[in-house]
Design a protein around this ligand. Structure first.
Ligand code: SF4
Length: 259
């Protein structure tokens, strides 16, 4: 049998909820505030709880050099109970083995599979239960300035996934001076045009990328961002680290490295 190569370079796991997190290398966007400028492994690992505060001018992490074969990935995951698997960063949708991995995981574990994606390209979603699409921006010029690409496919793909009847959530990052209140409200209005009940999560930007001029979002700004989005959508939440320094006890559950 031919060994199937994946783009998975890191696997994290939350024992309390039997959930695995698969980290894929490679992306089809160039977001200026990409977290991978700072850290490429799971932020919830104990050694990465300082990421938000870490100096963005530190050298970028090295690109991974080792990737798992599908058989190796399955062997790692068989060692623990698996109820849920999240496909995430960089961009799992462009991993040529996406369809093979999701099928193998469904066959082996019958687990719930979620894809975090920028939505530029849709993979075969047959064995994917839920899609979380990061919309970045809906205004074409703003999107291009931030990602160096067009958002035409993304907006169309968001509609397509909804029409397929898949469970769908929207996400964006609130960046003061870049993806601001005005753009956040436009994202919410776009999502509401499709269905006002689609959940929308707004993540607070923190400094990532040595050349970026933007400061981190304040708690008041995040409250405002949620308020403007709620003019259009029923279910809006935000995430922001408010503790100056995170410790293991601050996490909802422990996350460990499997690979
Ligand atoms: S889509 Fe995600 S991984 Fe890709 S560049 Fe943007 S933030 Fe980074």
């Amino acid at each position: 049998m031919v060994a199937i190569k994946t783009k998975v370079y890191h696997v994290a796991y939350a024992p309390a909820i039997s959930k695995a997190y698969l980290f894929h290398w490679g992306c089809n966007l160039k977001c200026q505030g990409c977290l991978c400028n700072k850290e490429i492994n799971c932020m919830a690992l104990e050694e990465n709880l300082d990421v938000v505060l870490r100096d963005p001018k530190l050298p970028k992490p090295k690109s991974p050099e080792q990737f798992l074969l599908l058989d190796e990935l399955a062997t790692i995951l068989k060692k623990v109970p698996i109820k849920e698997v999240l496909f995430e960063g960089q961009e799992a949708s462009i991993d040529p083995s996406y369809s093979d991995i999701t099928k193998a995981l469904k066959d082996e574990f019958g687990c719930y599979i979620t894809l975090n994606t920028n939505g530029v390209k849709l993979p075969d979603l047959t064995n994917t239960d839920e899609i979380v699409m990061s919309l970045k921006a809906v205004t074409p010029d703003v999107y291009r300035a931030y990602t160096e690409h067009s958002n035409r496919n993304v907006l169309g793909n968001f509609c397509k996934v909804y029409q397929q009847g898949k469970k769908l959530r929207a996400e964006s990052v609130f960046i003061p001076g870049m993806i601001d209140l005005d753009e956040t409200e436009k994202i919410a209005a776009f999502v509401a045009m499709i269905d006002p009940n689609i959940p929308y999560r707004i993540d607070a930007y923190f400094e990532s990328g040595a050349e970026n001029p933007w400061r981190r979002a304040t708690p008041d700004e995040m409250i405002e961002a949620v308020t403007v989005a709620k003019k259009h959508l029923v279910n809006v939440t935000c995430t922001q680290q408010t503790e100056s320094k995170l410790e293991k006890k601050d996490l909802m559950y422990e996350v460990i490295r499997l690979y």
